[in-house]
Design a binder for this molecule. Structure first.
Ligand SMILES: [Fe+2]
Length: 229
């Protein structure tokens, strides 16, 4: 249900909530504001096998905290020719989504760091919750994962953990985390400040991903927009 005219208040910088639910009692309305935009893109014009090859060939890795979890020593893969097709597709799809859905006036959206990850199935690899500092949007391309068995977990950005009553029934309003399923060839992007992680990987298949951070080009720093990045 969308906002009605009585939800619109003339306050500079404020708009009506995107979703207003009238509850069953008829005397309560629920306004959902400030959602977190997580985009999942399918059908990229990219062969995941080429990305797997590029990720593994002549690549040095280091153990990244958890058992079985390895990350490339190089965090500037976006500069390698072999990753150029992937970089082009990611930047184009992500910029289009941020322009059309979030309505950002972006001159451009550029990957400024990119690395690859290998999770071995035994022992089952995981990755602790973390966020990406000094970045606008972050994302992952899933070059090789066990379809229907892979997910990335997002932690709530709300302060609902401070006081946390027992939950009678879990729903999308009280949940502390969302697991987003992904398949080989998918691309996910999310605001960089969202905490995320990977649960122990319940599959015998290895998991190869390419992760990245992005920054916008153009005017930043509302409301004056006087800073050009
Ligand atoms: Fe991450």
């Amino acid at each position: 249900m969308s906002a009605k005219s009585s939800d619109v208040v003339d306050v500079p910088g404020s708009i009506a909530p995107g979703i207003v639910e009238q509850r069953d009692d008829g005397n309560t309305s629920l306004m959902l504001v400030f959602p977190s935009p997580i985009f999942r893109f399918n059908n990229l014009d990219i062969d995941p096998l080429n990305v797997v090859r590029a990720a593994l060939e002549n690549r040095q890795f280091f153990p990244n905290f958890a058992d079985g979890n390895y990350t490339s020593e190089d965090f500037m893969l976006q500069e390698e020719e072999v990753f150029a097709p992937l970089v082009e597709v990611i930047e184009a799809r992500a910029a289009a989504a941020l322009r059309t859905v979030l309505r950002y006036r972006l001159e451009d959206l550029k990957i400024n760091t990119m690395w690859c990850n290998v999770h071995n199935p035994e022992p089952a690899a995981s990755h602790f919750l973390h966020e990406h500092a000094n970045s606008f949007f972050s994302g992952t391309y899933y070059a090789e994962v066990a379809d229907d068995k892979s997910a990335i977990v997002f932690d709530t950005p709300l302060r609902t953990k401070v006081i946390s009553p027992e939950i009678e029934e879990q729903n999308y309003l009280n949940t502390m985390r969302h697991a987003v399923p992904v398949n080989t060839g998918d691309l996910l992007i999310w605001p960089s400040e969202l905490r995320h992680g990977i649960l122990p990987y319940e599959s015998r298949q290895r998991r190869i991903t390419v992760s990245f951070n992005m920054m916008p080009k153009g005017k930043l720093g509302g409301p004056t927009w006087n800073y050009v990045y």
